[in-house]
Design a protein around this ligand. Structure first.
Ligand code: DC
Length: 218
């Protein structure tokens, strides 16, 4: 049977850093589903397709060949990993991710990936929808202030000129859109293990998760 690990939670809870380490530890393919929604946002904006132009949006998504290569997102042969992290994409992605037709197409793609590979997948609807029958489900949280501080430090390290307050506002706005949208809102799966990462190091979180996975796979 394939191993599938679902990691959900709000922006900045540490999902991607932690999922990448878990992937190495258990030899899993890491699938960053947020990157896929960001990729759709990038290509839509390049083609001047707004989130309410459903038909063009669907045609675009169907024309995209997306895969991950060593944790980098490749779309139609182009490595878009850097571009999808820019503020212009972060500020618009929730709008594209709220379109039910986009979600349906990407969820299908994600399910296909989980049939081909042993995966650890992070996102917002992984435990509730994409991998609803996964044996391992985690829900990571942290306060908005701590999550904003983490994003701020990350961007400052990359020499990106940002203000803490605008990041905090962006996180609060994104939490609201992600948790209140009609289709597949961010919520903890009933059978997910919740971990508050506010006062834990990355290693502590990964170790906690590994204990659960080992208990079942050993
Ligand atoms: O994790 P992230 O910040 O890269 O996610 C980008 C956006 O995509 C965020 O607004 C939530 C959305 N998203 C989603 O709706 N469903 C997912 N499975 C993953 C991300």
């Amino acid at each position: 049977m394939r191993i599938a690990v679902a990691v959900d939670g709000p922006a900045g809870a540490g999902k991607s850093t932690i999922a990448k380490i878990l992937a190495k530890r258990f030899n899993l393919m890491y699938i960053d589903t947020g990157a896929m929604y960001r990729g759709v946002t990038l290509l839509s904006r390049r083609n001047n397709i707004s989130p309410d132009n459903i038909e063009s949006l669907c045609n675009l998504v169907k024309s995209l060949e997306m895969h991950f290569l060593e944790n980098r997102l490749i779309i139609n042969g182009e490595d878009v990993s850097e571009e999808i992290r820019k503020p212009e994409i972060s500020n618009n992605v929730s709008l594209y991710a709220a379109v039910p037709e986009v979600r349906e197409l990407l969820v299908h793609l994600q399910k296909e990936m989980s049939k081909k590979y042993d995966v650890v997948m992070d996102g917002r609807d992984i435990g509730t929808v994409v991998l609803f029958d996964a044996p391992f489900k985690f829900y990571l949280t942290a306060s908005p202030e701590i999550r904003a501080k983490r994003r701020y430090d990350e961007l400052i390290e990359k020499n990106v000129d940002v203000e803490y307050n605008s990041i905090l506002q962006d996180i609060i706005k994104r939490d609201f859109i992600d948790t209140t949208r009609k289709v597949n809102p961010l919520k903890k799966a009933e059978d997910a293990i919740e971990i508050d990462t506010s006062n834990l190091t990355i290693t502590q979180v990964v170790d906690k998760m590994s204990e659960y996975i080992k208990k079942v796979t050993d």
